[in-house]
Design a protein around this ligand. Structure first.
Ligand code: DAH
Length: 348
């Protein structure tokens, strides 16, 4: 029995010595030291031995088992250490190497301009309202006093949606006025900036363009308020306190009277000539630029949204943003605004 234990010990130690993986060691552990292994068998067999043998064999078996368990644990530790060394050799990195900055995009000039407008009008108490790009005929036209047979519909070359009855890509931001008034009580002071769509496409027109709509409704709102707001806004937009505005009469079905707002040319300062006496090409030497449609909200439009047109008045304006962006940032081709070439966009 004692020699059997000694040869078992030799077997286990040599198998351990040649084991290469933790799995092999675990298998050895189960095979020799587990509940069904030879040592358990020897212990179970002790009862059949004489008292003397019981003592010596039992002691030897116990000591050997403990010795082998220690050897198994040492082998586990050795293999783990080797694995850590290998990880340290193959998976290291140099944390002193400078990082690579991921290339992110750049905010578009028009988006920035829109943010600026929100701040400028926000300082005058205007909140930002929003409306959908895909509008209904009802909001884009009817509620704004432009019924189906109205000649003013021809003023705006509309994209109709073939498979979606009564739907249009909004031709103007003015429907946001209606949506906002329907959902809110006066007094109202809002601006709404966004995309608008018309079938124009040439060097100075893009089928998708941007407008800023403004609306102020309350008691005793007058053209004087419109003049103050627009003059203030344009001075801040062009960062030029000398800018002046003038109003000319015009026609839009949803305002009465309808107006066209001009401001003094920010390039030549309203003089028509540049400091070196060359003619100003932007304003074609007249000193004024057409900037915005506007007017006093038509009583019918107020009634359309359930407002009392006897008590309330208001002004509205709608201006194209793309040309203003071009003027402010001296961009000479409209297409540069819409090509999304990062080399251009990243300059602003
Ligand atoms: N929606 C008009 C257009 O796109 C612009 C406009 C004119 C808006 C007068 C207004 C306004 O709010 O009062 O041509």
């Amino acid at each position: 029995m004692q020699s059997k234990i000694k040869s078992l010990k030799k077997d286990v130690l040599s198998a351990l010595a040649s084991a290469k993986t933790e799995e092999e060691v675990r298998d050895l552990e189960i095979k020799y030291l587990g509940r069904k292994g030879p040592f358990s068998e020897i212990m179970r067999g002790l009862k059949d031995l004489s008292d003397d043998e019981k003592r010596t064999v039992g002691k030897l078996a116990n000591m050997t088992k403990i010795e082998l368990e220690t050897a198994v644990h040492a082998k586990f530790a050795e293999l783990e250490g080797a694995m850590m060394d290998q990880i340290a050799d193959t998976e290291w990195m140099d944390i002193t190497v400078p990082g690579k900055k991921p290339r992110v995009g750049h905010r578009h000039l028009i988006s920035k301009f829109i943010d600026d407008l929100e701040i400028i009008f926000g300082r005058m108490g205007f909140q930002v309202a929003e409306g959908p790009d895909l509008e209904t005929e009802h909001y884009n036209f009817n509620q704004l006093n432009i019924p189906a047979d109205h000649p003013a519909r021809d003023m705006q070359d509309t994209f109709w949606l073939k498979n979606l009855k009564d739907s249009v890509l909004r031709t103007q931001t003015s429907p946001v006025q209606i949506r906002y008034m329907e959902a809110n009580e006066p007094p109202i002071r809002i601006v709404s900036m966004g995309k608008t769509f018309r079938k124009d496409s040439d060097a100075t027109h893009s089928p998708m363009f941007h407008q800023c709509e403004g609306l102020m409704v309350g008691e005793n709102i007058s053209i004087a308020n419109l003049k103050a707001v627009m003059t203030q806004a344009l001075q801040q937009i062009f960062e030029d306190a000398s800018i002046k505005t003038r109003f000319r009469t015009s026609y839009f079905p949803f305002v009465e009277p309808g107006l066209e707002i001009d401001c003094t040319c920010p390039i030549c300062g309203g003089v028509g000539k540049l400091p070196d006496k060359t003619p100003c090409r932007l304003c074609k030497q007249c000193g004024w630029l057409e900037i915005s449609g506007a007017g006093m909200v038509h009583p019918q439009v107020l009634e359309n949204v359930g407002y009392d047109s006897k008590k309330l008045t208001g002004f509205a304006f709608g201006m194209g943003l793309d040309r203003m962006v071009m003027i402010k940032y001296r961009v000479n081709h409209l297409r540069l605004l819409f090509e999304n070439d990062l080399r251009f966009i990243a300059q602003f």
